[in-house]
Design a protein around this ligand. Sequence first.
Ligand SMILES: Cc1cc2nc3c(=O)[nH]c(=O)nc-3n(C[C@H](O)[C@H](O)[C@H](O)COP(=O)(O)O)c2cc1C
Length: 392
Amino acid sequence: MTGPFSPYRLAGLSLRNRVIKAATYEGMTPGAQVSDALVEHHRALAKGGVAMTTVAYCAVAPDGRTFRDQLYMRPSLVPQLRRLTDAVHADGAAASLQLGHCGSFCNNHDLERSRPLGPSRAFNKLGALSGRPIADAMSSDDIERVTNEFVVAATLAREAGFDAVELHLGHGYLLSQFLSPATNRRRDQHGGVLENRARFALAVVERVRAALPPALPVLAKVNLRDGFPGGLELDDSVQLARWLEARGCDALVLSGGFVSRDPFYLFRGERPLRAMIAVEKSVAQKVALALFGPFVIRAHPFEPMYFLPLAREVRRAVRLPLVLLGGLTSVEHLQIAADEGFELVAMARALIHDPGLIGRYAAGQAQVSGCVPCNLCVAEMDRPGGVRCARR
Ligand SMILES: Cc1cc2nc3c(=O)[nH]c(=O)nc-3n(C[C@H](O)[C@H](O)[C@H](O)COP(=O)(O)O)c2cc1C
């Protein structure tokens, strides 16, 4: 049986159905610590019926944080995370940890270095008004160091009880900055042709895969397209998918978008500019958003299952399990994904709206989500209480 509510085995991990809660930065980690709210957030998702919940982007090192109040992996975090994974397991779900590094997209005032690092020297738009306007190019030693940080972080994630890790190769963060021709202008073995631009990401996946037991799935979240001219395009991502499959990656989460260039390509739907201005802490950023937001933040209309046409091309090219995401909200969408050959799906906003949705779907008590793509949750993650549906 291949319906959305049938069990699935990913590497050695038994999932009770095909639905993963996608990583959504929770904003519930003040001081880079696991809060009760974070544990309760994921407990509710587990109780609500998802097969696996993903804790959002835990940086692999302190300087890999986009924001200061974001988790970064270290031995003292392991018991805190263990509390979360125990809670998720007690409600019958699996837990995955998304591991990432912000690269040159950084608004963290507590950097150990004077400047953030990325593939090439770059303007750091996010930190421009708060004193970190320039990012430096990484040396080969930096690349090796960060590769090791991914490996150590993945090993600690396992110690903390996570059943899977998801490596963030998309959305314009560090590994995506290397993959994208728009942000990678290097002239060494990490720049130029796709094979070079992919070298860092592939090494991270290969080394993390080798460091963990084969039964523990290693997923990669990748861009189908960066979403702007000059960025990574579908032909590149199809090739990347083939290489990731050959490196032993267990599943690909198919996404797109580049937060520093065109953030709403990733989400589609309304741009919650007023709410974004309200939650912004820096006065200069507030003014910049009010003046330029409507022009620099492009609008992208919402369509159900908006990545499906691109994702089909990857489906044709590889055999490893694929996770379809992007505008999946109803039982019908989940069934279409299964019929189109996607082993798994991931959902973000519909589960922020209602963490109990999948349980209700599986029990036949509901068919559609009440989530409208207002994207107020995107602004909510920056409020003190963290991410929530502002319409409930
Ligand atoms: C509030 C919010 C925070 C997000 N944070 C992350 C994140 O930390 N890492 C990530 O890979 N994607 C993040 N995303 C993107 C989602 O994982 C997902 O790719 C996107 O919302 C599309 O799925 P959906 O249509 O089911 O919402 C975030 C989305 C939202 C709404």
